[in-house]
Ligand binder design. Structure first.
Ligand SMILES: Cc1ncc(COP(=O)(O)O)c(C=O)c1O
Length: 381
């Protein structure tokens, strides 16, 4: 287990709930459009395919630069996946996409990487021209945040992963934008063992002090004892939010009550301002560092970034960063095994050279300084 000098993920703290009385929940950004709250975004992709009436053997075009779990959701649904390349600046390779459209192509999936909008109008025009659906993967987007337009409202369906922005264990959202699509999901509520596990995990992320440690220890003991007696408790105990595998048996699991409440009551302006501030501070600090470049040096208005995408000349920069306690990541370890990477030079470059750095709302000025100086030491040594 890596140990880090700055928090890897947002923490839950009281002041994230303080508001000026004006609530702006990410849940009410899409008006009356049908919204389904699922446990993970991967489950939302799976059910989204049902809404699009995808049949076994239909094909979905998916970016070659991806997190494998979204590919698994499509394959486990029974559809085929065809990959298209992503350029080194994270834009889609449209000529690659056009070349790959076949009769059986039912939908194209577009990812707004790190919360930065893709040329989504271009995707939409292409899909309309070729009579195929558009799946807008907004797993890295805070619902409601976009560059003047509402990301997640362009695709026939939009998918969000709320747990990437909030200190929560679970949370996926499926928005159905196309009025011709119908979807009924009988959601499974979280069983008491899983609720306990989620509560324990929430407390672990909480308040950055030890006041909850007894409750956490108690919940662990309880799950351990019952995990030996009941399968449901064992499944809850073994569930790991960092595990990116796709579990078909849990595909109907709904978002937990605890996570929903945390999202509903978080005061968004503070969260947004903090993430934007951290992003810009990091961007300014690394401007003149050798061998690394911010993919987006300036933050456009209305963007709430998920992470900071950094291009590095050297491969696997995340490894020395992690060795210094900086929770940097890449997607090099989450490439879907069916992808023949040598045919996708853009994606291959990104897996090797694009590093995601944390800029979340729980990082303080000192954390960003520590991150910057760790990075400086590595790239100048
Ligand atoms: C682009 C993208 N889509 C979908 C997902 C799946 O999200 P979740 O972990 O909530 O299932 C991820 C996960 O990292 C992702 O990066």
């Amino acid at each position: 287990m890596d140990s880090f000098i700055l928090p890897k993920e947002p923490r839950l703290c009281w002041n994230s709930f303080f508001s000026d009385g004006v609530t702006r929940s990410p849940f009410n950004q899409f008006g009356n459009r049908p919204a389904h709250y699922l446990f993970w975004a991967r489950n939302a992709i799976y059910h989204g395919l049902a809404a699009l009436a995808v049949k076994p053997g239909d094909q979905i075009l998916v970016p070659a630069f991806h997190c494998a779990t979204l590919v698994d959701a499509i394959l486990q649904y029974g559809a085929e996946v065809q990959f298209y390349d992503i350029n080194a600046d994270l834009t889609p390779n449209f000529s690659h996409i056009e070349d790959r459209i076949r009769e059986k192509t039912k939908a194209i999936l577009a990812i707004h990487y790190c919360g930065f909008p893709q040329p989504i109008e271009e995707f939409r025009t292409l899909c309309r021209k070729r009579n195929i659906y558009l799946i807008e993967d907004c797993a890295h987007v805070l619902p409601g945040m976009s560059d003047g337009n509402l990301l997640g409202s362009f695709g026939d369906i939009g998918v969000f992963s709320l747990r990437k922005f909030f200190p929560i264990y679970d949370g996926g959202l499926l928005i159905i934008n196309n009025p011709d699509l119908k979807l009924n999901i009988v959601l499974e509520t979280t069983n008491p063992f899983l609720s306990l596990k989620i509560l324990k995990n929430t407390l672990e992320r909480s308040f950055a002090n030890r006041q909850w440690s007894r409750a956490v220890a108690l919940a662990s003991v309880f799950l351990k004892i019952f995990g030996n007696l009941s399968t449901t408790a064992r499944d809850a105990r073994n569930l790991n939010s960092y595990d990116l595998s796709f579990d078909l048996h849990a595909v109907n699991r709904g978002m937990s009550w605890i996570s929903k409440k945390i999202v509903e009551h978080t005061y968004l302006p503070t969260l947004i301002a903090r993430r934007r501030h951290n992003y810009q501070k990091l961007s300014d600090a690394i401007e003149n560092l050798p061998g690394v470049t911010a993919l987006y040096a300036k933050l456009p208005e209305n963007i709430t970034p998920w992470e900071f995408p950094l291009l590095s000349e050297r491969k696997n920069l995340h490894l020395p960063l992690r060795a210094r306690g900086i929770p940097a990541t890449t997607w090099g370890g989450v490439i879907h095994p069916t992808l023949r990477l040598e045919s996708y030079p853009g994606a291959q470059f990104l897996y090797d050279h694009l590093v995601f750095l944390p800029i979340h709302q729980s990082l303080e000025e000192q954390d960003i300084s520590n991150l910057t100086s760790g990075l400086r030491q590595i790239v100048t040594s």
